[in-house]
Design a protein around this ligand. Structure first.
Ligand code: NAP
Length: 296
């Protein structure tokens, strides 16, 4: 960055610096930070998701928003799959059992899990990460893949044999339901009590997208009532997960602290991609990874 721009570091106490900036790069930037930033032409977020931005407001103000989607696809799909496996085979619960010295004899049916291989995997949102999860399921674990997406994804269908379904059909037919759809006004609480009720009683729900895509209190009820078998969660309606959340005490939940892309090489690749976005657009005039092309 420093070879192309005059760079200023911004923290909460120096937000005013944004008002004089031509571009901003960072992660977890609150939209209010851009209020009164008359000079701003470009924002590079070091993330794939951009639900924290008011994209319409940026477009109106001709501020170009760029993200880093490709850099974290495979890493986030690995995390999703580890949640599938950990929940199905109760890895966290049973690993604690060993560490706490409670493994004193043979393990009976009360410790049994469910199989992953050969089962049906339903992917809600079939973009980059959804298709990468589907590849793992279809090619690695012999799973049948169903997907729900607003457009058909023919290339990913050809790679994985995935079949497109309406959401209700996917929920009724899947053993694992994995949510990868971005958060937007259309997807807030896309999965609520009616949707959990459509799932199979042995279904496992995995969310690596955004917490608000699922209604968390409906999820807690579904887990407590046995409507579904378990959940693997990387994202929550409120992050960090509040101490009083019932999710913390449910044995059939594997919860991790939003670590989808938390791998050193990947975080470095994401930062490099965000820098490249800025240089390519502002220095070379070639916009890359633009979220709001109408702002160009
Ligand atoms: P992507 O390639 O843009 O894929 C998103 C897919 O969702 C697209 O296929 C899109 O369909 C579909 N979609 C969007 N809105 C929809 C709607 N209302 N109904 C049905 N389908 C809809 O994004 P990605 O890279 O896979 O990332 C997906 C999301 O994962 C991100 O937005 C982010 O929130 C989350 N994420 C989380 C982590 C983590 O750390 N846990 C890491 C990375 C990403 P079309 O192709 O038809 O538009």
């Amino acid at each position: 960055l420093e070879s192309h721009f005059e760079v200023r570091r911004i923290d909460d106490s120096s937000l005013a610096a944004v008002r004089n900036a031509d571009a901003v790069i960072g992660v977890g930037m609150p939209h209010r930070m851009f209020d009164g930033a008359e000079r701003l032409r470009a924002i590079a977020t070091i993330s794939a998701g951009y639900d924290s931005f008011d994209v319409e407001d940026l477009t109106r103000r001709r501020i170009v928003l760029m993200n880093t989607p490709g850099a974290l696809t495979e890493t986030t799909a690995d995390l999703a799959f580890s949640l599938i496996l950990a929940t199905a085979r109760r890895i966290v619960e049973l690993a604690d059992y060993v560490k706490e010295g409670r493994w004193t004899g043979g393990m009976g049916p009360e410790s049994f899990g469910v199989d992953v291989h050969g089962k049906t995997l339903g992917v809600v949102g079939f973009g980059r990460i959804g298709a990468a999860i589907a590849r793992r399921g279809a090619l690695g674990f012999g799973m049948r893949v169903l997907y729900y997406n607003r457009s058909a994804k023919l290339e990913a269908e050809a790679q994985t044999g995935a079949q497109r379904r309406e959401l209700a059909e996917l929920l009724r037919e899947s053993d694992f339901v994995c949510v990868t759809v971005p958060l937007s006004p259309e997807t807030v609480h896309l999965i609520g009590s009616a949707e959990f009720a459509q799932m199979r009683p042995h279904a496992i729900f995995v969310n690596i997208a955004r917490g608000q895509v699922a209604d968390e209190s409906a999820l807690v009820q579904a887990l407590q009532n046995g409507t579904i078998l378990g959940a693997g969660l990387d994202v929550f309606e409120k992050e960090p997960l509040p101490l009083e959340s019932p999710l913390r005490n449910l044995p059939n939940v594997v919860a991790v602290p939003h670590i989808g892309s938390a791998v050193a090489e990947t975080r470095e690749a994401m930062a490099a991609s965000a820098v490249e976005n800025l240089v390519s657009y502002l220095i070379e005039g070639k916009p890359l990874n633009v979220v709001n092309p109408n702002a160009l």
